[in-house]
Design a protein around this ligand. Structure first.
Ligand SMILES: Cc1cc2nc3c(=O)[nH]c(=O)nc-3n(C[C@H](O)[C@H](O)[C@H](O)COP(=O)(O)OP(=O)(O)OC[C@H]3O[C@@H](n4cnc5c(N)ncnc54)[C@H](O)[C@@H]3O)c2cc1C
Length: 376
């Protein structure tokens, strides 16, 4: 039987970064994936690094998001240095465009909300916003600049993290999916693969939206897939510096000149097919935000599956089974939350304490909800 200090199920950005952190802390780490690592949500995402809440349900996530964003420069530097690969990090800020008639009121509400949450946000007139981003629609009424936000090329980052993990001694096992956790009474002793048992002192479940399929995990990580369709455009005569948002769309510029546009949020199971309506919506909203995109080349379209939890918040930390940790449910913020997730899991495994309170995200919260008869 193979033996590790830590066995990780799932080689996306989350599992890969946890593996890297733990290997750098001197532990023997095995990373198990049911396919080639890095091909799921971490590949499909847009790479926006924004702790600003998209809805009131996401407000509890702001402190964790802010901490993770602040860790990003050092995290990227470390990953790029070890892997020798670029992660396409762009600390250029983001700009939210407002088109409504009552944009002025909306602007002061947004600015007050951001400041109340300790997030830097500056009001911009339409003229100032278009001076920063000339591609914006002339119908713009006002805008919010969030100068501290950033973006990263998540495909490049995922590749670089996996390479850095390999170079740091992590042992990779592609096409070796976990079927169940290996339990011995109230202790988790590793993973059950199809034809093999893996022994480990610590077991981390980081299998994204597929985590609940691993036997023994669903009650801690009742995740489901939230499909997101995306499009990549290229317009050589159009330059975008920052991530741009409107109510219906985001545009994310990459260092290679591509502009990513997305994304839908759909609960249609594990299928990743594109729909005419989804792509139509993305393209129409992109052109509305930056009209010159009408002439852009359509380079690629794809869909990915975000790991969503019942309360849309991540699921992080120890369970009531000794040695079993969960790190999933990152929904729309898994790329942003990668550095803090890896740090917290490393702290727990090596010191059994964490520097940031993660109780709110405990994998045990779904059991107490169902015990009280609350909807799951
Ligand atoms: C369209 C879209 C846009 C997004 N945009 C952003 C964004 O702008 N910013 C942001 O922060 N986040 C964004 N996200 C969310 C982010 O991509 C995810 O939260 C994050 O990538 C989740 O990473 P993960 O490693 O948990 O999961 P994944 O990347 O899905 O990795 C899970 C891994 O587990 C493996 N696996 C599955 N089953 C098993 C098993 N039984 N045993 C072993 N391995 C298994 C899979 O093969 C896979 O490699 C977006 C997501 C999508 C889809």
């Amino acid at each position: 039987m193979k033996k590790f200090d830590v066995a990780i199920a799932g080689g996306g950005l989350i599992g890969g970064s946890i593996a890297l952190e733990l290997a750098r802390a001197g532990l023997r780490v095995g990373l198990f994936d049911r396919q080639n690592p890095g091909q799921e949500a971490s590949w499909a995402g847009a790479g926006i690094l924004s702790p600003a809440p998209e809805s009131s349900a996401m407000i509890p996530l702001v402190p964790l998001g802010k901490t993770s964003l602040s860790l990003y420069p050092k995290f990227v530097e470390m990953v790029e240095e070890i892997s020798g690969q670029s992660a396409g990090y762009r600390p250029n800020g983001t700009l939210q465009a407002l088109f409504t008639r009552n944009a002025r009121e909306e602007l002061s509400t947004i600015i007050a909300l951001h400041h109340g949450l300790g997030l830097k946000a500056e009001p911009l007139s339409a003229q100032d916003a278009r001076a920063l981003e000339p591609c914006l629609n002339e119908d713009l009424e006002a805008a919010v600049l969030r100068p501290e936000e950033a973006s990263v090329d998540n495909r490049a980052l995922t590749c670089a993290v996996l390479e850095a993990a390999k170079r740091s001694g992590v042992e990779f096992f592609p096409e070796r999916g976990a079927e169940a956790i290996l339990r011995d009474g109230n202790r988790c002793r590793g993973l059950n693969l199809k034809r093999e048992k893996i022994e480990a002192q610590w077991t981390v479940i980081a299998a994204g939206c597929f985590s609940a399929d691993i036997e023994g995990v669903a009650k801690y990580a009742p995740v489901r897939p939230a499909k997101g369709q995306m499009v990549a455009l290229r317009a050589d005569d159009l330059k975008i510096e920052r991530v741009l948002w409107s109510e219906n769309i985001y545009l994310v510029p990459r260092n290679d000149g591509r502009i990513l546009a997305g994304a839908t949020v759909e609960y249609t199971g594990f299928e990743k097919y594109l729909t005419a309506g989804g792509i139509e919506k993305i393209l129409a909203a992109s052109i509305e935000l930056a009209p010159r995109l009408a002439g852009a080349r359509l380079e690629e379209s794809w869909a990915g599956l975000r790991p969503d939890s019942p309360d849309h918040l991540p699921i992080l930390g120890p369970t009531d089974v000794e040695g079993l940790l969960i790190a999933t449910g990152h929904f729309r913020s898994g790329i942003l939350l990668t550095p803090i997730t890896a740090q917290l899991v490393r702290e727990w495994v090596t010191q059994q304490r964490v520097s940031v309170d993660w109780e709110r995200f405990s994998p045990l919260r779904f059991q107490s909800a169902s015990a009280q008869g609350a909807p799951a």
